[in-house]
Structure formats: C-alpha cells, structure tokens
Design a binder for this molecule. Structure first.
Ligand code: HEM
Length: 461
C-alpha cells in the first residue's frame, strides 16, 4: 500500500506505523508534489516544535482550501498556513484556552451532555434485550458536539439534544458536510493538485459541501430567533469578537473565526468520544469504577436512583479516574494520529538535514503505541498516570498538538469528552460483542463499527 492508497483507505496511520517499525524514528516518504519526512521519536518531535517556536513554523499548505478561498473571495481560514493572517486570528482563539472563560461554562456543557443521554433513547433502535443501539453513533455524537459548541461559543441553543425535538434534515446535512470537508481536505493532500488548473470532481464536491456548511453556520450566527442562554455567564463569541473589533479584524475575518471554530470543534470531538465509548464498552470493570467515582464526587448514594445533577468545574476536577481514563484513551487512540509542521529554516535532526519548507509529520500515534515509552501500550490503564514516569512527557503525547499552533479548543474539547462520558456512564452500562476495534480515517480516525460490533447502551435504572 503506498501513501495515496493508505490515505484513500483511511489507513494512513497504520501505514506510517508499519514504516516506523521498519524504518526507524525518522524517514522520508514520497508524496506527489510534496517534500515530506516523518519523525516519530519524542526527542525529534521536541526539536521540531522548539524550532517552530524559535524561528517560525506553520502547518502544511492545503491548496484545496487556498484555491477555494481565492475563488470565493474569502479571507484565510483560522488554521491557515499564511503566517501573517494567522497572527491576526490567534489572539482571538487563544481566549478559548483561558480557564476563567471556560470554567463557568462547564455546567452548560454538562446540561447538554445530560440531555444527549436522554435523547439517545429517541435516536436509538431498541434491541430485543431492551438495550439501545445507535447505528450512526458518530453522527449522533455530532449533534452533541454541535449543540455544545454553539452553546459555549454563541450562547444559543439549537435544540439538537432536547428530548422530544425533531432534528431537521438541514442539520443532518450540515454535520455530514463538515465531516466531508475534513475527508476531502485530507484526500487532496496526497494527490497532484489538478484542481489548481480546472475544477476536478474532488474540487466540485469540496466546493459544494463547504458552501452549504458555510451558509448554515452563518444562519446559526445570525438567527436571532434561537433561544439565548441567560445563565449570567458570558458567551465566548462576545469576548473574542470584542477583541477582534479592537484589533481591526473585518466582518469577513470575524465570520471566518466563527466558521473555523465550529468546523474544528465538531467532528474532532465526536471522533474522540466515539473512541472513548468504545473503550468503555470493552471494559465493564472500568465502567463500574467510574460510576462509583461519579457517585462519590456528586455525593449520590449509588444503591438508589437519583438524577445526576449538572456537574460543575470543582466537581469535575475531583474526577481523577475519569480524567486519566480519557487521557489514556487519547494516548492509545488519538483522533488526530499525526501533527505536522513546516519550518521556516533548515534544521538538523538526529544527523539528518531537513530543508526549510519540508512537510514534517510528527507521528504521535507511533510513539503512543510504542513499548519504549508506554508499558503495555495497547491496554487502557488510567493508573499509568498516577506514577512518576520520566519516559512520559508532553512530547510523548500530543493529541492537541503543541507550541503556538496547538489546539485552542483543547479545554472545551476535554470538558465535552469528560462530561459526555460521565453522563453516559451514570445512565448506562455499555456492552459490545467485540474484543477490540480497528481505527480508520481518513484524516480523523475512529473505530470501524459494523453491525456485529456495535455498542449496546443498557440503562442502569
Ligand atoms: C478531541 C477534540 C480535538 C482534537 C483531538 C483536536 C486536535 C487539534 C490538533 C492536533 C490541532 C493542530 C495542533 C498543532 O498543529 O500543533 C488542532 C488545531 C485547532 N483546533 Fe483542535 N482539536 C479538537 C477540538 C477542538 C475544538 C473543540 C476547537 C474549538 C473550540 C478546536 C479548534 C482548533 C483550531 C481553531 C485549530 C487551529 C489552531 C491554529 O492553527 O492556530 N479544536 N486541533
């Protein structure tokens, strides 16, 4: 299987992992039209990130997006490779990392997560054993992640997780369009960019899904009839828009920030939650431990049934097992299995000369599954983080990237994953016939779920 085939089959991470085992910690891959090397050991990853911090770095050029933006007279996207444009956006997205903005929003996310566990029964097919199955698990989770991100960013409720409310075809189309944007973007990076010269079928599909998703995003932003959340907490969009206006960003650039955040937030988080739920289904004993922790922190008598109230930041902080479980899931199966950088200067890594403008892939998936860095790497073991281990550091695990381009949505994403898992574990026992799962992409990876290995949600009540 070559690089392009691996991308189209959604198995790029597997192919790179194979090469990692055969070729060692640093190797070059041939991709049409690009210079690309893959680095896989934490020391080399650290060198690249540090060099990017010192003398500048950017993500690889995504020509499909550039061509599309140019043709439609749109400003660059928030994850643009254009350093000058990115510097105008980043102070705004950096606000999403500030605890004082995120912590008060935890109960808001918790409420949406709790609603989703109730809505699950409406979305599911009921099995003969009375368990619930969500045939389109990831798409159902997209309803949660979209509702949550709009609630925390715009302070509005779309009603996607509200029990008894119909989810319109328009919304379902939007979520699948966003999924396809990611798919087409990653596919475009392993093929010759013919779309620069004429409208290829890939370009046409990308254009269609993007335009349609943009329209819907604009609608959410401008729809004044949507229910506004009035819990006394400030909405994040109000905070960063004020900063953007102060810094002289145009209305088109502010819209690009809103679109970029919604796009970057939704499917990434759903993919990560899908993996976490699958790992839970594989481990009934861990579910019970988590259930006991939730009851203990929330002061609930686990022998009698009580509604789980909204979880706040202080309570979430005390759920150590939950947090370490999610951390270990993101280690074993990062939804984004590789990061990338293009450096502005030549760099020497482990005796190899890497010229500037080379796409450098930082292959965290390989490190995360390497016994050199993690004992029993394929086993989920939240307790591995309880002991001091000097082999583990921030360069051995980078599910959200690192450095100045690191994911600004990290806190929000983690809160969403923790809270959804907490509410699901409190409400259900998860079961599956599968013994393990296989991850597949393209771009984002999540478990391949067939009819035979679905997750069954069994109510605890
Ligand atoms: C589990 C969910 C998520 C994962 C695994 C994830 C992962 C990542 C990664 C790996 C990067 C590239 C980092 C780098 O190159 O160093 C990134 C960038 C980004 N993410 Fe996330 N992300 C997630 C959720 C979110 C959420 C919820 C938001 C918004 C609220 C968000 C917004 C962004 C943005 C705007 C960028 C581009 C940053 C820049 O170039 O300045 N992400 N994310």
């Amino acid at each position: 299987m070559d690089f392009s085939k691996a991308v189209s089959k959604g198995q790029l991470h597997e192919q790179l992992h194979q090469w990692y085992k055969e070729l060692g910690p640093i190797y070059k891959v041939n991709v049409v039209n690009r210079n690309m090397v893959v680095v896989t050991d934490p020391t080399s990853i650290e060198s690249v990130i540090r060099r990017a911090m010192e003398s500048g770095g950017r993500p690889p050029l995504v020509e499909l997006v550039e061509v599309f933006n140019k043709e439609h007279h749109l400003p660059p996207s928030i994850a643009t490779h254009n350093y000058e444009a990115w510097k105008r956006y980043r102070p705004l997205t950096n606000l999403l990392l500030q605890p004082q903005h995120i912590h008060p929003l935890i109960p808001r996310i918790s409420l949406v997560a709790k609603e989703w566990t109730q809505k699950l029964k409406e979305m599911a097919t009921v099995q003969p054993d009375h368990s619930y199955v969500l045939p389109q698990l990831r798409s159902c989770l997209n309803l949660f992640t979209l509702e949550a991100i709009v609630a925390v960013i715009q302070g509005k409720r779309l009603g996607l997780t509200t029990p008894g409310t119909h989810v319109s075809q328009e919304i379902l189309d939007f979520t699948s369009n966003v999924e396809n944007v990611v798919r087409f973007t990653s596919a475009s990076m392993s093929t010759f960019p013919l779309f620069k010269y004429f409208k290829t079928p890939l370009y046409k599909q990308f254009e269609k899904v993007c335009l349609s998703a943009f329209e819907y995003c604009k609608k959410i932003r401008n729809q004044h009839s949507l229910q506004e959340i009035q819990d006394g907490t400030v909405h994040l969009a109000d905070v960063y828009t004020a900063l953007g206006v102060k810094n002289g960003l145009s209305e088109a650039e502010l819209l690009s920030v809103d679109l970029g955040i919604t796009f970057a937030a939704m499917d990434t988080t759903s993919a990560a939650i899908t993996i976490a739920l699958y790992e839970l289904a594989l481990s009934p004993s861990l579910q019970e431990e988590l259930y006991q922790e939730i009851c203990s922190v929330m002061a609930i008598d686990s022998s009698s049934w009580t509604e789980l109230p909204s979880i706040d930041n202080f309570q979430l902080k005390k759920m150590h097992l939950l947090k370490n479980f999610v951390k270990d899931v993101m280690r074993k199966s990062p939804a984004i299995p590789l990061n990338s950088r293009v450096l502005f200067e030549d760099v020497e890594i482990q005796g190899y000369h890497i010229p500037k403008n080379t796409d450098i892939m930082l292959f965290n998936y390989g490190v995360n599954r390497d016994e050199k860095y993690f004992e029993n790497p394929l086993q989920i073991n939240p307790k591995r983080f309880d002991v001091e281990d000097n082999k583990m550091n921030e360069y051995t695990m980078l599910p959200f990237g690192l450095g100045e381009r690191a994911c600004p949505g990290k806190r929000i994403a983690m809160a969403e994953i923790h809270l959804l898992v907490a509410h699901v574990v409190y409400q259900f026992r998860l079961q599956t016939r599968a013994k393990d799962y296989e991850l597949a992409g393209p771009g984002l990876v999540s478990p391949l779920i067939s009819k035979e290995n679905q997750i069954h949600f069994v109510t605890r009540r």
